[in-house]
Design a protein around this ligand. Structure first.
Ligand code: UT7
Length: 329
């Protein structure tokens, strides 16, 4: 059986910055509260006219260039997102055209876990022999769904995209993946209106039902419970333990979640990758953005073991254990 390994990474953040100081002028909040409760100092916002497919395009292009892969050689495009450009066509179809690809393309929607879910789909396609080269993108513009009058959520989110190129190899790259879902927790984090259950009407928009709503405390408790468990299951599949992990790369939702998880897993804090200070929570983009940061900083070495861990609305969660095989940049 062929294995899937990562041969390229690309990232993209829009230029527009929204700082905690800016937010102080918009809602009843403070830089001090946001920094101490979340670790976030600023986040990026997609420009006017810039949709999720545009973010995905930029990250995808960078990943293909980094991998040295031509568009014609991509067999499958997967876009993990929960802020699609529109209900349909899929964001993947729109991104495929922007990238000039000719391959099948579809979205994978599992909220902030979308990238790990998409990585699973891409890995499975390669292992089954149905694809040789797969472009996996995590992209979200969740600030388009945020209520900028709701201080409990508007300080958290930012926009961005990250991508990896997966390719068939004899040498194992993606070693193990654990995924999970529990729809009984659907009410904890959702955008109620705009789908088939609750189409947008004037009244619902007036009530703000088209905005993201979250029981932050409940999601926090779920996150710190599920991250160690799903990571341990993916590591066990790979024949590894926490001690073998070089870099833990969790979904970037809150610095306090990262610190709590590091303590619970007995990982030194400097082995847990954190980019949240300058990006906020970029949903499906956060894991590949953090990987990209590690990569461009020159800290990824061949042989390193990465544990990528996502969690989010659904509820959904998932972990992928990856052995890094690409030479240092
Ligand atoms: O991507 C996946 C999903 N997202 C997450 O994983 C987020 C997980 N949750 C969290 O990160 C945290 O729960 C939050 C950052 C959302 C909230 O932090 P918290 O420490 O759980 O605060 P809290 O909700 O318990 O609120 C504490 C207080 C409340 O005031 P009272 O009732 O104690 O007077 C809030 O109204 O903080 C208040 N508060 C704020 N104050 C200033 C909530 N948001 C703000 C704010 N500025 N932006």
């Amino acid at each position: 059986m062929q294995s899937a390994r990562i041969i390229g990474i690309g990232t993209y953040l829009p230029d527009r910055r929204l700082t905690n100081r800016d937010l102080e002028g918009m809602v009843e909040t403070s830089d001090e509260w946001i920094t101490t409760r979340t670790g976030i100092r600023e986040r990026r916002l997609a420009e006017r006219g810039e949709a999720t497919s545009h973010l995905a395009h930029r990250a995808g292009l960078a990943a293909l260039a980094d991998a040295g892969v031509e568009p014609a050689d991509v067999d499958l495009l997967l876009v993990g997102t929960s802020s699609p450009d529109m209900v349909f066509p899929s964001t993947a179809a729109l991104t495929q055209t922007l990238l000039g690809l000719g391959c099948p393309a579809y979205d994978v929607m599992a909220a902030c876990t979308s990238f790990v879910y998409a990585l699973h789909t891409g890995t499975t396609a390669i292992e089954s022999g149905r694809a040789r080269t797969v472009l996996v993108i995590g992209a979200d513009a969740l600030t388009r769904h945020v209520d900028f009058d709701d201080r409990a959520t508007c300080v958290l989110f930012g926009d961005g995209a990250g991508a990896v190129v997966l390719q068939a190899a004899d040498e194992p790259g993606v070693l193990g993946i654990d995924l999970g879902a529990d729809g009984t927790g659907a009410d904890m984090l959702r955008i109620p209106a705009g789908g088939s259950a609750m189409p947008c009407t004037e009244e619902r928009v007036r009530e703000g039902q088209h905005y993201l709503r979250m029981a932050g405390n409940e999601v926090f408790k779920f996150a710190v419970r599920v991250i160690p468990k799903t990571a341990e299951r993916a590591l066990a599949q790979s024949g590894l333990t926490t001690d073998d992990v070089t870099w833990l790369i969790p979904h970037q939702a809150n610095q306090r979640i990262l610190d709590t998880v590091a303590d619970r897993m007995g990982m030194p804090h400097d082995r847990v990758v954190s980019t949240i200070e300058l990006t906020g929570n970029t949903s499906a983009a956060s894991i590949p953005l953090a990987m990209g940061d590690l990569y461009t900083s020159g800290n990824l070495r061949p042989g390193d073991v990465l544990a990528l861990v996502g969690f989010g609305a659904g509820l959904t969660w998932g972990a992928a254990v990856v052995r890094w095989t690409k030479e240092v940049r």
